[in-house]
Design a protein around this ligand. Sequence first.
Ligand SMILES: C[S@@+](CC[C@H](N)C(=O)[O-])C[C@H]1O[C@@H](n2cnc3c(N)ncnc32)[C@H](O)[C@@H]1O
Length: 272
Amino acid sequence: MKGTDTDTGFEAVVRYVADNMAFEPDSYNESYLDRRISARMRRTDCDDYEGYLDILADSEDEQEALLDALSINVTSFFRNPPVWERLRDVLAMLTEEHRTVNCWSAPCADGREPYSIAMLARDDPNIRERAVEITATDIDAEALAEAREGVYESTRTTDIGSQLEPLSDPEAHVEITDDGTSFAVKDDVKRMVTFEKHDLISGRPKSGHDLVLCRNLLIYIDKSYKEPIFETLTDALREGGFLTIGKSETLPRSFRDAYDPYDRGKHIYRRK
Ligand SMILES: C[S@@+](CC[C@H](N)C(=O)[O-])C[C@H]1O[C@@H](n2cnc3c(N)ncnc32)[C@H](O)[C@@H]1O
């Protein structure tokens, strides 16, 4: 199906994606979808949505390229380092207070976020590493497969070595190849993380967590899906547990009463 007479060109492309491809555009906001579709239009030298829809309908390669462009899987180890300096304190406090500290990285993309929690726990003497258990979830099965693999390459634009700088001894946690370009997460770190597929919009509820990280997904999500996601996150936390959201993300007004700010500037909140 290529659209209806009443669809605008943009809507027809979105409809094509919804009907024919393994991606559900409804949950994402229009400006995000438009940015990704427009980027593909530039790459295919296409000036209008109608022309792009023809290319998309005719080419499996282009469908794959658009799917790639729509997957928001940008991530890094210790993304926004100042936030991780505060999470260091949070983890030290939690592991002093509780025998087991359950952490949830949602969404975890290719695993660098949950591995950052595990490495920090192993690296910082003030964090009781043995108490820390990490669940990491994402909707994207391929990202999860990469996460379980735990091998990351430095490229022209991604310097894994500098991403690991918050650690006092990175080589205690990753195996680095002689040429310094490939970083394999060590088994002791991997053992601390359990990966599973989970959709934050429609997935089953979770509970009993002490620290939940939900960073850099909400910015792409349509307004109407934000509240159900915050309900899932809030239910997942036990009283006194911590929630961290991304740098450009905000706590919806209707959830402000459920939390005390722990560090408002770093977007870390504490469940009442
Ligand atoms: C930009 S990454 C964020 C990764 C990490 N939290 C960070 O801040 O670096 C966004 C991730 O959200 C995942 N995602 C998109 N929609 C989702 C959903 N409905 N439920 C769970 N994960 C989702 C994508 O697959 C992608 O891996």
